[in-house]
Design a protein around this ligand. Structure first.
Ligand code: CMC
Length: 389
């Protein structure tokens, strides 16, 4: 007999619980496929390496929304619609301007996305005919929200979105107040492609769960942002950067190997490592590692890359755990001059394409998501009046 010391739960007396829903298949999907043993990731039929080499983020959005690549005119059309929807409704701009400058960017983003519903004429109605436009509108507005908040909190004038350029180009323009070069745009675009979709991760599951109640797309994406914010999910990229900055504060000679071993000895988790599905190096990580290496040399942040590699080797030797997508993306974003607490917002800017794709897939074949919990508390206790307790 095996009994859980914390709950007194006796495994042999009760049905098996898949803690964290590990290994449970809850849906069928055409959005993505992950082979965790081989380190393979496919979006709607296309290997992530093929997409990284050839696609743009806008093509990936179309792919995740339609399960096929767009032709020239379809791509132009989706691009035009995304550009048209970049501007924010006035109440959302006013909200961002009134926000506490020390607010967490992910919290501001979550609230602002929720507010978008109020200005949508469709009121976020649960109607299949409206979903595509809602998906485009939310995807187009998220970069504007992030850039506006970052400028407002730094005391800078907001920079309105352009009616030209890719999502990556326009985001960097609004964030920095100047048009980015081709290299910066390409780097950001590649980051958006790599983060767009990833099976039944916690935020996507959240998005689908809200959709399944026939609530609305704004509620679903707001909830998904809340899930992504956590440090075990998308919040890990900010946590990775904080680790690297902690090492930097120790000086040039900081010892990342000892640092990692000490944390492990204290039973602390090392952020940016480990994954529920991948048993080897996350295929997105290979692209990000190359980008991190090149950018850290270009921008004089070589130490971040060196410390990252020391951590990677130590984690492999000590725990046989590989880095996930968040590990090298931290150095990439930092080298691009982006504030660490914005990293998870950038993840959101991309993953919204996957979330909205899953929303449409769930809505098209819906059933309420409603698992069960095993009750392990007491039953039928006698009532004791409050003064006697
Ligand atoms: N550092 C140290 N030990 C770890 C780590 C880590 N990052 N990840 C897993 N382990 C150990 C863990 O302590 C446990 O050991 P033991 O069996 O001895 O108790 C074992 O590996 C299994 O870990 P788990 O937490 O039960 O595994 P999980 O599948 O529930 O969690 C995870 C997956 C990603 C939450 C976890 O690996 C983790 O906390 N990583 C750090 C946070 C992180 O980088 N998150 C980003 C995830 S990928 C991008 C995304 O989805 O957003």
């Amino acid at each position: 007999m095996s009994t859980d010391l914390h709950t007194g739960f006796d495994e042999e007396m009760y049905p098996y619980i898949n803690k964290g829903l590990a290994g449970i298949i809850a849906f069928s999907t055409t959005k993505s496929f992950i082979d965790g043993e081989k380190g393979e990731l496919i979006y709607a039929g296309y290997n992530i390496d093929t997409l990284a080499e050839n696609a743009t983020f806008e093509e990936v959005c179309f792919l995740l929304w339609n399960d096929r690549l767009p032709n020239t005119s379809e791509l132009e059309e989706v691009h035009e619609k995304l550009k048209k929807h970049r501007a924010l409704p006035e109440p959302v701009v006013n909200y961002i301007k009134s926000t506490d400058k020390k607010a967490e960017p992910m919290s501001v983003l979550r609230s602002a996305v929720s507010m978008l519903a109020d200005s949508d004429e469709t009121k976020g109605k649960f109607d299949e005919a409206l979903f595509m436009d809602q998906a485009i509108s939310i995807t187009a507005k998220i970069p504007t929200i992030i850039a506006y908040f970052d400028r407002v909190r730094s005391g800078k004038e907001i920079v309105e979105p352009l009616n030209e350029g890719s999502t990556a180009f326009n985001f960097l323009y609004m964030l920095n107040g100047e048009k980015p070069g081709q290299h910066a745009e390409k780097t950001m675009d590649l980051c958006l492609i790599l983060h767009a979709e990833h099976g039944m991760n916690a935020s996507t599951f959240t998005a689908r769960t809200v959709c399944a109640t026939m609530s609305d797309m704004y509620s679903s994406i707001t909830a998904a942002i809340g899930a992504l914010k956590g440090p075990l999910h998308g919040g890990a990229n900010t946590a990775v950067m904080n680790t690297l900055l902690e090492l930097q504060a120790q000086g040039e000679d900081a010892d990342a190997v000892e640092f990692t071993k000490k944390k492990l000895a204290n039973k602390e988790k090392i952020m940016g490592f480990g994954h529920r599905v991948y048993k080897i190096f996350d295929p997105r990580g290979r692209h990000l590692q190359k980008m991190a290496e090149d950018l850290s040399v270009e921008t004089g942040h070589e130490n971040f890359y060196k410390w990252s590699m020391d951590m990677l080797k130590t984690m492999k030797e000590e725990k046989n755990i590989d880095p996930n997508v968040d590990f090298f993306s931290a150095t990439v974003y930092y080298s691009m001059g982006i504030q660490p607490d914005l990293f998870t917002c950038i993840f959101t800017m991309s993953r919204v394409s996957g979330w909205t794709g899953h929303f449409m897939e769930q809505a098209a074949n819906n059933r309420l998501i409603r698992p069960r919990a095993l009750y392990v508390g007491e039953k039928n206790l006698d009532w004791t009046p409050v003064e006697d307790r």
